[in-house]
Design a protein. Structure first.
Lengths: 382, 152, 385
């Protein structure tokens, strides 16, 4: 198993997650996140020797979407650059690899999206192949609903158990100044909320938001000299089959594999005991339960029972999404990067009001593609 | 509704991207859609290594990554693996309300087909129910030559 | 762990065509991947991770990495996507290097592709530009390049025939490449009498639109020589993207190419490129680029390119053959194009070039170009770094 030594996250920054940042361009948001990350790291752009942007051409409404933010994060300074499309957890992996290659020692990875500028239905309909699935009218909402129904049918998960995720995360968000929707709701509020796509209800769904985020990764001496390094213990990512009918939507096989590999690198054998806090990609309430299983916090089908027992509450054995997760604010591309940022802050003891006590090891998780087709798992720690 | 940053009113500019497309279906897909169009039959392809029958058909097996050549006909009815009833505004589901999407495992196939479900009141739909393809009278070699699947 | 020396050990590409109706995008990608694996006598089980790139709006697919799983063999493998416009292929090609050099993966498959026949290329390219400031006045890719060409002619007193000679050379070279799309020789007169697109650029000065895919496998030093007797070792890579808005660019000298070439030469220890490099595969989307950009790369003094080319120094039997594959003017499947330059450079080092092989290649250079006048430069050698 590959061991990762001497790679650390040395700075993080994000904008507030909002429904519509009308006064900000993509570049404004990325600049804000970049500046914050540099300040957080006690660095200037002179310390950065390469930059990766993370964006999506469809969401941005422009081909070569990286162009919009190029100069906001170092392109204008002629840094070596690259651009990943997909979630920020994957681009961060690439940013780390470039340091491990020996060519660079400090990578700035930025991500952005303005969900407010487009129509989610059209943008996510384009995820589906034009020949077989797109003409049926699939999008992120109805495809996730298909998955939720399948998951419930296979394992007897209930809508109440899914609702508990929404209650937990929206309430946790009250302690996160960056969150968009921080509210104290009940299971009944969730169950009675408007049905979006059976069985998904309004409060089972994350909103479509605007935000940007940045992380700075360093290796070797640069990492050791950093103000507050958070070390990478393990990381892995895996993609499942593409066509919905090629998968059993109730099981996240790709996450099983990614988690196993990341745990192996980090030397983790009992995740429930050895991980102190987890930030997972809760684009929808039921997904968080599925990801508990993929992350081996419980056996397959056991996600509902885990939340019933209160294990993933702020005061539980393994708090999940103390930040409020994505249900309380979902900027698509920075989504996983913000999970990573939250995990990093937890290890540093800098998570403010939503800090969990005594965090030594944290997990961050991101997804890409429809119904969680691809997963990336990070383990970070002291 | 206008917003301001200080004294400055914020401008937003509405537009759309106009990029037309013509997607190649490919030889394998063309054969699949032609069988639907001309004969109202559904065919899949079978992997020589894992024996999975793919519907829609594939040229390469997803799991084994080997070329798939063998064609086999599957039934036009099967089991509903999952479904959803979309209750939000979407022009993209080609169905009048109620708009219902499902994944159907046709008899003889090993992968599910995503399609529309019709002629059934939403409260009567169940995972595991048997459904059958309803073909349009006028067909043009398109996945929507199948109008929807209805309960058997 | 980490810091491994790595090389391209296998390549594969489709027979590039203006339109491939017989395959959908996934199937077309699969052709290149299958050929690449065959070239290295590998199976998909040998591949540890995959990177892919194209330009989303050319095929209208969102999250292409997810959609292409059946074509790339990505089931249960690590996959992600990179996209940087015209430089996508080199971005992907360099990622193959970084991912293997990191020690995280031993063998990485890098795939670039485009099915340009499926869309209106100009409409899609126009969406690259800022919707508030540039998009309304910009006219696809040609407009900007025409301005650049005009400036070059004015500044150095060069002629349109000088530029035409670049196209003639590349189209001649393409005749030796069974994969190239356009495989018919043309003359300077043919170029000069072809329809004017945007003064001074004429139809035969520019690249075609192509359906095609390219795949390469990078392997670390533990595996490279077992897979390929003459691996193409990665020695240097530079990527410069300094500009976003058209009004900011310096149109005559292509500063991004100057910067990228300078950095690549320095990393690779190259002081006299014309002498020390044995072959170049350059991303020249149109003939005028073949003049100004080789000056930016320090092959000759500013204004000296027309003579270098007219003297035959960049022909197959010249001092520094350029584009033995026929280059972009013969084939342009945008997401693959820059990767094809790297694959062709690697093919030259591996000695697998057949009729387009330049004898005794030890150092090969590949470039990528795209976006807002962005440039990538990569250097491969037959010896380990």
């Amino acid at each position: 198993m590959t061991e990762i030594n001497d790679i650390a996250f040395v700075g993080v920054g994000q904008t507030k997650i909002e429904r519509n940042k009308l006064g900000d361009t993509f570049a404004d948001m990325v600049y804000e996140a970049t500046k914050k990350a540099l300040e957080d790291a006690g660095m200037t752009m002179d310390d950065i020797d390469n930059v990766i942007t993370t964006s999506n051409d469809f969401w941005d409404g422009r081909t070569i979407s990286t162009m919009a933010v190029n100069d906001a994060c170092g392109g204008g300074l002629a840094k070596n650059m690259s651009a990943v499309e997909g979630d920020g957890t994957f681009s961060s992996f690439y940013g780390m690899s470039r340091i491990l290659s020996g060519t660079y020692d400090t990578t700035l990875v930025v991500s952005h999206v303005k969900g407010s500028e487009s129509d989610n239905v059209y943008i996510t309909n384009a995820i589906f192949d034009p020949i077989y699935m797109r003409p049926i009218g699939l999008d992120s909402l109805n495809s996730s609903a298909l998955q939720m129904r399948r998951y419930m049918a296979k394992y007897g998960i209930t809508e109440e158990q899914c609702a508990k995720v929404s209650v937990k995360n929206h309430k946790n968000a009250l302690k996160n100044p960056y969150a968009q929707i921080a509210i104290d709701i009940s299971v009944d509020d969730v169950l009675n909320s408007k049905i979006i796509s059976d069985p998904l209800k309004l409060y089972d769904c994350s909103p479509v938001s605007d935000a940007a985020a940045a992380v700075i990764i360093a290796g070797g001496e640069k990492a050791k000299k950093a103000k507050k390094p958070v070390w990478v213990k393990g990381v892995s990512y895996t993609a499942d089959a593409y066509f919905l009918g090629d998968r059993d939507l109730a099981d996240a096989s790709a996450l099983d594999k990614a988690a196993l590999e990341a745990y192996g690198m980090a030397g983790i054998e009992d995740p429930l005991k050895e991980i102190d806090v987890a930030e997972v990609y809760d684009a929808f309430s039921y997904m968080e339960l599925m990801w508990y299983e993929g992350l081996a916090f419980c056996p397959p089908g056991g996600g509902g029972k885990l939340i019933d027992k209160g294990i993933t509450e702020m005061d539980g054995e393994l708090p999940v999404n103390p930040s409020g997760g994505l249900l309380s604010g979902h900027p698509v591309t920075p989504g996983g990067m913000i999970r990573l940022i939250e995990a990093i802050l937890q290890v540093r003891g800098d998570a403010g009001e939503h800090q969990i006590d005594g965090v030594k090891t944290a997990l961050a998780h991101g997804i890409n593609g429809a119904c969680g087709q691809s997963h990336c798992v990070w383990i970070v720690g002291r | 509704m206008t917003q301001k940053a200080g004294d400055q009113e914020l401008i937003a500019y509405k537009s759309r991207i106009k990029v037309p497309y013509t997607w190649s279906v490919g030889e394998v897909g063309s054969r699949f859609l032609t069988e639907i169009k001309e004969n109202q039959k559904i065919w899949g392809t079978r992997c020589p290594v894992c024996d999975f029958v793919f519907v829609p058909p594939k040229k390469t097996c997803t799991y084994c990554f080997v070329p798939v050549h063998e064609w086999t006909e599957v039934k036009d009815e099967g089991v509903l693996q999952t479904y959803t009833i979309a209750r939000y505004k979407t022009d993209l589901i080609p169905q009048d309300s109620p708009q219902i999407i499902g994944v159907i495992l046709l008899d003889g196939a090993d992968t599910g087909l995503v399609h529309l479900i019709g002629e059934v009141p939403p409260e009567k739909i169940k995972v595991g129910m048997r459904v059958k393809a309803v073909f349009n009278k006028e067909r043009k070699g398109h996945i929507l030559d199948i109008k929807h699947f209805k309960p058997v | 762990m980490g810091k491994k020396r790595t090389a391209i050990v296998a390549t594969g590409q489709t027979h590039h065509r203006s339109s491939r109706l017989d395959v959908n995008g996934i199937e077309m990608i699969n052709e290149a991947v299958d050929r690449c694996l065959e070239d290295g006598d590998l199976t998909i089980d040998d591949i540890d991770a995959i990177v892919i790139g194209n330009m989303d709006h050319f095929e209208g697919i969102n999250y292409v990495d997810m959609w292409s799983i059946d074509g790339i063999g990505g089931f249960m493998k690590p996959v992600f996507k990179l996209t940087t416009g015209g430089t996508t292929g080199s971005t992907v090609g360099q990622a193959g290097y970084y991912l293997t050099a990191s020690g995280m993966f031993d063998k990485v498959l890098a795939v670039g592709w485009e099915k340009n026949s499926e869309s209106d290329t100009t409409a899609a390219i126009t969406t690259a530009f800022d919707p508030i400031w540039d998009r309304l006045v910009f006219a696809g890719a040609i407009g900007g390049l025409a301005v650049e060409a005009m400036l070059y002619l004015d500044t150095y007193g060069a002629t349109e025939e000088d530029a035409a000679r670049v196209a003639v050379r590349d189209r001649k070279h393409a005749c030796n490449n069974p994969y190239a799309q356009l495989r018919k020789e043309i003359t300077v007169e043919d170029v000069m009498s072809s329809p004017m697109l945007s003064d001074p650029i004429k139809l035969l000065d520019v690249c075609p639109r192509t359906d095609g895919a390219c795949a390469v496998v990078y392997a670390t030093e533990e595996y490279a020589e077992k897979i390929c007797p003459k691996p193409a070792w990665f020695h240097a890579g530079a990527v410069k993207h300094p500009y976003n808005l058209l009004g900011d660019t310096d149109l005559v000298n292509l500063p991004s190419m100057q910067l990228a070439a300078k950095e690549a030469y320095q990393k690779a220890g190259i002081k006299e490129p014309l002498k020390e490099i044995d072959v170049m595969e350059l991303y020249l989307p149109y003939s005028y680029a073949g003049l100004s950009w080789i000056e930016a790369m320090d092959l000759c003094k500013p204004g000296g390119a027309p003579k270098l080319i007219a003297d035959g120094k960049t022909d197959m039997d010249g001092e520094l053959p350029i584009n033995p594959s026929g280059g972009v003017i013969a084939t342009n499947c945008i997401g693959a194009t820059a990767l094809l330059r790297m694959a062709e450079a690697a093919i030259q080092i591996m000695g697998k070039g057949g009729a387009r092989q330049v004898p005794d290649v030890k150092t090969a250079l590949a470039t990528g170009f795209g976006g807002c006048f962005w440039s990538d430069v990569t250097v491969f050698r037959s010896t380990k770094p």
